[in-house]
Every structure is written in structure tokens, then in C-alpha cells.
Ligand binder design. Structure first.
Ligand code: TRP
Length: 341
């Protein structure tokens, strides 16, 4: 019995924050430990380069950092193949064939890409590589014949485009080599996108409002103490608001079932008045430290031997490459362009 295949990846554009952790990393570790799937997790450095072409250094540095974040969060290279996109040339080759099956108009309609183009303000200098990255993403997914792709809601259009490419390819070449993937999306809205410390809807490096898996205890404490609460809760006796208060939002996300009663009681007390922000923040700090402390310790340990981390990545690349090469060979056979076989 072959296991269903799961594949997912991240753009290495910086260290991972706790939004990545609750939104996806934590779930990947659960999937890994179920042992029911064959899993691939990869660093999409080529995709990251589509909007960082002149700043490769950020991407290069992020490879080591994100690999450390993965290991620290509990991804186990014995159970999951961890690899780097740029080291698998078969992916670029697959993209070449898929490009002929996708119209320019279809690429321009992809809503996520459209939003990104507007946000990044490319204007007339939109790089071709950026516009076609959904095609390269289809190559990432199909090279491994992934059945399931756990991603954020913003990635739905990529999965949709991949499915179209698969159908189009299989139909055009009368084959079934490519597999239609399904997206797996976060069910928990609160965890699906964790807001920043300042209450901004997005936790991001550019907004400087995130907690990173690599942050030490001191930084974590400073960040928690600086969190946005209720600006009208001035004196301890004042009634405070729980909605939009980041401390309570994070408690809802990071609290465990056994904390539910304490958290409910705190919310009550806060809303009645008489509970200060420093107390709620200290409690949140404890809850966060319980989850992040062990991750941080593991990260420090792994970081002592970066040689070993890169060795792990290289082994992952070697393994991933075999799978991708097999699919590429099947793809070329289906098209009839494997002339010397
Ligand atoms: N686009 C994804 C992101 O921005 C990263 C990614 C690239 C990916 N290729 C993928 C995710 C393939 C899942 C499957 O986060």
C-alpha cells in the first residue's frame, strides 16, 4: 500500500514567526507523526527570487534560518523529506511544458497574484517570473504527485490552477501521469492568520510586529509587554474590552483545553474591571513560553552545527530529486519527447 502524498513549502524570506507556527508548522508536525502520509516540505527559494531577484542574500540567509525553524518546531528529517526548490532542476523543466498549457490571460486573472502585484507596486516592471510563479508552483506539486497540499487560504487559486494544468496535461497527452491535488486549509480562523502584536491584521517582518521562533526569552517578554490591548482601559478598575485585545486573542490561540476555564474567568474579570494589563500579559507570557521554550531550546541546539543542518538539506534534495526525475521522465514519455529511450 502506498501512502497518500503531502507536499507543502514556504518562501524563505526571513525567519518564521509564531503565526507560521500556529497557522501551519504545528499542523505539519501532527501530520508527520500520524505516519499515514509520505511528506515533502520544501524551501521555495526560486519563488522567493521572483520578487527578490536583486537581493538574493536575504533568501540565501533564510534557507538556514527556516531549516532551523522547521527542525526546532519538530519536523523530523527521518519522517519528512525537506528540500530546496532551486536544487531540483526537474521542476524548472516541468514548468517549461506547463507554460504552453496556460494562457497569459489565465495567469493575469489569478486573484492572489493580482493582489500581490498591486501591493508590490510592480507597474510596468512586473517580472515575467513573478507572473508565472503559479505555473512553477504547479510543477512543485505535481513533480511529487502530491495528493494533499496544506496551505493558507490565500493559496487556493494556486491549487485551482494546478488542478487545471493537471487536467489539461492529462487530456492533451491522453495520460494519467499527473495527479490532481487537493488543498488542506486551516479550519481555525483565529489561528489561520494570527494578527500582529500591534493588532494589525498581519504579522510581518516589514511591520515589525511579530514574535519569532528564534526570539530569546528577554525579547519575548518585551514583545508581550508591548502588546496592543484596549486603549481605553486606563486604570485597573476600568472595565476593559476583550474583542480586539491582542492578549486575549493570543490566549485563545495558544491556550490549551485545560486553560479554557482560567481564560474565561480572566475575560470576565477584565470586562468587569479590576484586572490590569500587566497581569494578563504575564499570564500570556507563561502560556507562550510553555509552547515556545522547548522550540527555542531545540533551535539553539541545532544551530550549533549548521554543517549538519545543510547535510540534512542535501540528503533531502537528493531524495526529492529522484522522485521529480521519475515524474519528469513519465511526463516526457507521455509527450513523446523522450527520443533516446
Ligand atoms: N506560494 C507558497 C507561499 O507563498 C509557497 C509555495 C511554493 C508552495 N510552492 C508551493 C506551497 C507548493 C505549497 C505547494 O507560501
Amino acid at each position: 500500500m502506498t501512502k497518500p502524498i503531502i507536499l507543502t513549502g514556504d518562501r524563505p524570506t526571513g525567519k518564521l514567526h509564531i503565526g507560521h507556527y500556529v497557522g501551519s508548522l504545528r499542523n505539519r508536525v501532527l501530520l508527520q507523526d500520524q505516519g499515514k502520509y509520505e511528506m515533502f516540505v520544501f524551501l521555495a527559494d526560486q519563488q522567493a527570487l521572483t520578487d527578490h531577484a536583486k537581493d538574493p542574500q536575504t533568501i540565501v540567509e533564510s534557507i538556514g534560518n527556516v531549516a532551523l525553524d522547521y527542525l526546532a518546531a519538530g519536523l523530523d528529517p527521518e519522517k519528512v523529506t525537506i528540500f530546496i526548490q532551486s536544487q531540483i532542476p526537474e521542476l524548472a523543466e516541468l514548468s517549461m511544458y506547463y507554460m504552453n498549457l496556460v494562457s497569459l490571460a489565465r495567469l493575469e486573472r489569478n486573484p492572489t497574484v493580482k493582489t500581490e502585484i498591486a501591493q508590490k507596486g510592480f507597474g510596468e516592471s512586473l517580472p515575467t517570473g513573478f507572473l508565472v510563479y503559479p505555473i512553477s508552483q504547479a510543477a512543485d506539486i505535481t513533480a511529487f504527485k502530491a495528493n494533499f497540499v496544506p496551505v493558507g487560504h490565500d493559496q487556493k487559486p494556486m491549487i485551482e490552477q494546478t488542478r487545471e494544468i493537471v487536467r489539461s496535461f492529462n487530456h492533451a497527452y491522453q495520460t494519467d501521469v499527473l495527479v490532481e491535488p487537493e488543498g488542506i486549509y486551516p479550519e481555525n480562523e483565529a489561528a489561520g492568520r494570527l494578527p500582529g502584536l500591534d493588532g494589525n491584521a498581519k504579522m510581518s517582518k516589514s511591520l515589525n510586529n511579530g514574535i519569532y521562533l528564534a526570539d530569546d526569552m528577554d525579547i519575548l517578554q518585551k514583545k508581550v509587554m508591548s502588546m496592543y490591548t484596549d486603549p481605553n482601559h486606563i486604570r485597573v478598575e476600568d472595565p476593559g474590552k476583550v474583542e480586539g485585545n491582542m492578549v486575549f486573542h493570543y490566549l485563545d490561540v495558544f491556550g490549551r483545553p485545560e486553560d479554557a476555564a482560567d481564560i474565561a474567568a480572566m475575560k470576565d474579570h477584565y470586562q468587569r474591571g479590576g484586572l490590569g494589563d500587566v497581569k494578563t500579559k504575564r499570564y500570556l507570557l507563561e502560556i507562550l513560553e510553555r509552547e515556545l521554550g522547548p522550540i527555542r531550546e531545540r533551535r539553539v541546539e541545532f544551530a550549533k552545527d549548521m554543517g549538519q543542518v545543510y547535510q540534512m538539506l542535501q540528503e533531502g534534495c537528493d531524495k526529492a530529486r529522484q522522485t521529480a526525475a521519475q515524474t519528469l521522465s513519465e511526463v516526457k514519455s507521455a509527450m513523446g519527447i523522450n527520443y533516446f529511450k
